[in-house]
Ligand binder design. Structure first.
Ligand code: SF4
Length: 218
């Protein structure tokens, strides 16, 4: 049985896949924002992921320190930013780095394949850090994604424009507001969702139905 939260709380990755349209079930984020619940156990190897990700962050931080940058990692960058409607956004950017000249950069290290939601995650960090991180002091940092494959993707501070601000604000309003958001059950999304059927009766537990031969479409 879910327990309603005292005030809406949103973890940053609950909205980044929605912002990038990699996911479409807004209700999942809305439900998490408003409730605490017993999650469906996952077979995802969290310990291995944390170890690999932590090693990547340390390696990257060491390289940046060797370049003479000031470096803050993980919990040093954690934020809880409360909005006007009382909802709180939480997140933990991997690395914030400051060059000798004062240039600011937020870097997210990814152990998996590139996804468009990765860029939205960094864009949200770039929006929030000027309001939460003492080193940023109301300045928008540059963004960067580093993948284990060696791929590096830069996200200039100029990407934070009115369109991105509106997308973010609208999404926060939809998932933290009172009216339940749109529910979009599908085999592809429900399969990876940790909300049990007892909370979401529309949950799709069967695989996608098999396609049939016998048509003349192609
Ligand atoms: S189980 Fe499916 S329909 Fe229900 S919240 Fe999760 S993704 Fe949405």
């Amino acid at each position: 049985m879910a327990t309603p939260r005292e005030a809406p709380y949103v973890w940053v990755t609950w909205i980044t896949k929605l912002l990038s349209a990699d996911s479409h079930c807004l209700w999942a984020a809305w439900f998490r924002a408003h409730n605490q619940y017993e999650k469906i156990p996952s077979d995802f190897d969290q310990a291995r992921y944390s170890s690999e990700h932590g090693a990547m962050v340390q390696e990257c931080a060491d390289a940046l320190t060797a370049e003479g940058r000031g470096v803050y990692i993980e919990d040093q960058n954690a934020f809880r930013l409360e909005g006007k409607n009382g909802a709180t956004l939480g997140g933990k950017p991997g690395i914030v780095a400051i060059s000798r000249e004062g240039g600011l950069k937020v870097i997210d290290c990814k152990t998996g394949k590139p996804r468009s939601s990765d860029q939205f995650q960094v864009l949200v960090y770039m929006l929030v850090l000027p309001h939460t991180h003492f080193a940023c002091k109301e300045r928008t940092p540059e963004g960067e994604l580093r993948y284990r494959s060696g791929q590096v993707l830069s996200i200039p501070a100029a990407k934070i424009d009115d369109k991105v601000r509106k997308q973010f604000r609208d999404m926060m309003e939809r998932v933290s507001g009172d009216p339940p958001a749109r529910k979009v059950p599908s085999p592809g999304e429900c399969r990876y969702c940790d909300i049990p059927k007892s909370e979401c009766p529309e949950r799709v537990e069967a695989a996608a139905p098999p396609t049939r031969a016998g048509h003349d479409l192609f």
